[in-house]
Design a protein around this ligand. Structure first.
Ligand SMILES: Cc1ncc(CO)c(N)n1
Length: 210
């Protein structure tokens, strides 16, 4: 069994709970309450800050130029299309500047930031990839489970299509292959980060309805 298949199986309960969570079901149906969507986007924008730094660490620690190019292309999408999605949502929802820049963070967001900092500071390519694979693989998974027409509001529809398109799917497949190639040398450390990331993803969605 490949490392990524083993990790996915070891954390199947949290993974399934997140991939089929009430939040993603409501998102795909276009019925997320506005207050819930707003809470999600404000916290996720703080997630994104460290996520960009983690991608930078992965680029710096990668063992080949093709890997750096691939990660850099993904980073370019995050810092353009995905960043402007957040800005347009904040405009539409009337989120003030202070809450875009410096909101009160939940424990879970703080946990995500600590996890990403730890992976980035390790300067280990495979540890960075282990964390990235959870973030992107889980979002690809729930987005691809949605097969109906996109919901009418851009706030819902674009968050789905950002995670359900051929470029994103290829990128996740590539992350999986990179972890299977480089992760076995650091299996315990990669597995621990992977498991923490999946548990945080589940909690991040749970928090929205707490
Ligand atoms: C919490 C979280 N996990 C994964 C993604 C996908 O990048 C995201 N935007 N937010």
């Amino acid at each position: 069994m490949s490392l990524t298949a083993k990790l996915r199986a070891a954390h199947a309960a949290d993974w399934e709970a997140a991939a089929t969570h009430r939040f993603v079901r409501e998102l795909c149906a276009g019925t997320v309450p506005t207050a819930v969507m707003r809470r999600y986007l404000v916290q996720d924008y703080q997630f994104l800050d460290r996520f960009v730094a983690l991608l930078g660490a992965a680029i710096a620690s990668a063992d080949s130029f093709p890997a750096r190019l691939r990660l850099a292309r993904f980073l370019a999408m995050i810092t353009s299309d995905e960043n402007t999605y957040f800005q347009r949502c904040f405009d539409a929802l009337g989120v003030p500047a202070a809450e875009r820049r410096n909101p009160v963070l939940t424990e879970t967001t703080i946990g995500f930031q600590a996890l990403m900092k730890e992976a980035a500071d390790s300067r280990s390519y495979s540890r960075c990839i282990a964390v990235l694979l959870v973030f992107e693989g889980l979002y690809l998974d729930w987005a691809e489970r949605h097969t109906g027409p996109p919901p009418p509001e851009f706030i819902h529809a674009e968050w789905i299509t950002l995670h359900r398109n051929p470029f994103f799917r290829d990128f996740v497949g590539w992350l999986r292959a990179e972890l299977d190639r480089t992760g076995p040398a650091e299996e315990a450390a990669c597995g621990a980060l992977f498991g923490r990331a999946v548990a945080l993803e589940r909690r991040f969605f749970d928090d929205l309805y707490a």
